[in-house]
Design a protein around this ligand. Structure first.
Ligand SMILES: Cc1cc2nc3c(=O)[nH]c(=O)nc-3n(C[C@H](O)[C@H](O)[C@H](O)COP(=O)(O)O)c2cc1C
Length: 328
């Protein structure tokens, strides 16, 4: 099954699916698996680490790979952008923060610029920055997101683009994990989808088996938006509406609602040490497991290429058949 859209044509890819640049979990192996399977793989540059980026671009081998950064964090280490641009990435994605001055450097390098946005002011800023692709990210998403739902943000951004920047490609993110959700996003006006949580549950992701199992067992009610994970990781997000969605596990049950206490030393240091020890051990109950509401429709570990083939097959079938109407 082929679903050809402006996204597939612009990037010369088979499926209109982009791997979300998930910090640490979307490494070179997963990015390569998505690109080799017909999508566009983005390495999750996250908070930025030159040695990690080098290793993950090497792990992607000959596969086409792009990269994504957390924009406000990139401002603390702007040299990382040059390091990645020198590798001629397939695309460079900026999320969570003002796109300039980085956007200008990305465009000057001739690399396609993707901006992920969570609100209409951020969509306007992305247009002003000359984004080739805008990802409208709903609050269902795993990891950090804003407060808008994908269902209304995507068509609202689609209308804005139609009126002011018709050549800009629109991609939907948040809760997309199967053919149904993909078809819905395309019907809302998206040219493609950006997928995170579903790809974590693949053998090619860097997630430990404990994270896979936690997502497969979870339903959509098992996630919560909380600042506790960022406090434990000493990540201080500057914009208050951007909060991480994570598994509602023992770590969250212990600290959610006690953020002030967690912020105080020495509790923060002790909690942080336990957090990272559990993360390294793949203990999904005692660390932060960033994941979205899509967990409720993810039931098995599946290779990235198979995930995409299933999504496109089901979405194509649903789009051709139309909605489930009663005859007469
Ligand atoms: C584990 C995890 C880590 C993430 N890290 C980043 C990140 O470093 N940069 C970024 O732009 N988005 C990040 N995101 C958000 C994704 O870009 C994307 O918006 C989200 O995964 C889409 O929703 P979904 O998880 O329901 O597919 C992350 C998401 C997850 C689940």
């Amino acid at each position: 099954m082929r679903l050809r859209t402006r996204l597939t044509e612009r990037f010369g890819i088979e499926h209109p699916i982009i791997l979300a640049p998930m910090g640490v979990l979307a490494g070179g192996r997963l990015a390569a698996a998505v690109s080799n399977g017909g999508g566009l793989g983005l390495i999750g540059g996250g908070y930025g680490d030159a040695a990690w980026l080098d290793a993950e671009f090497a792990a992607a081998g000959d596969a086409r790979a792009g990269c994504g950064f957390i924009t406000w964090s990139l401002a603390n280490a702007p040299e990382l952008l040059d390091l990645v641009l020198a590798r001629r990435p397939a695309a460079l994605m900026l999320s969570f923060g003002a796109p300039e001055p980085f956007a200008t450097r990305v465009r000057a390098a001739g690399v396609p610029l993707i901006c992920q946005v969570q609100s209409m002011p951020r969509a306007r800023a992305a247009i002003a920055a000359g984004a080739d692709v805008i990802v409208a990210q709903g609050t269902e998403s795993g990891g950090h997101s804003g407060t808008r739902s994908m269902l209304n943000l995507v068509p609202e951004v689609a209308d804005l683009l139609a009126a002011t920047a018709p050549d800009t490609i629109l991609v939907a993110a948040g809760g997309i994990a199967d053919g149904r959700t993909m078809a819905a996003a395309l019907m809302l006006g998206a040219d493609g989808v950006l997928v995170g949580t579903r790809f974590i549950v693949s053998p090619e992701s860097a997630a430990p088996a404990g994270f896979h199992a936690a997502i497969v067992q979870a339903d959509g009610d098992s996630t919560i938006k909380t600042r506790t994970v960022d406090i434990a990781r000493h990540r201080f997000w500057p914009e208050p509406d951007l909060v991480a969605r994570v598994l509602r596990n023992r770590f969250v049950a212990t600290w959610h609602g006690r953020e002030a206490e967690l912020t105080e030393l020495p509790a923060r240091t002790a909690a942080s040490e336990r957090y990272w020890a559990a993360f390294d051990a793949g203990d999904a109950d005692n660390t932060g497991v960033l994941m979205g509401e899509a967990a409720g429709i993810i039931h098995e570990v599946r290779p990235a290429a198979g995930i995409m083939a299933d999504m496109v097959e089901e979405a194509g079938r649903l789009l051709a058949a139309g909605p489930r109407l009663v005859a007469g």
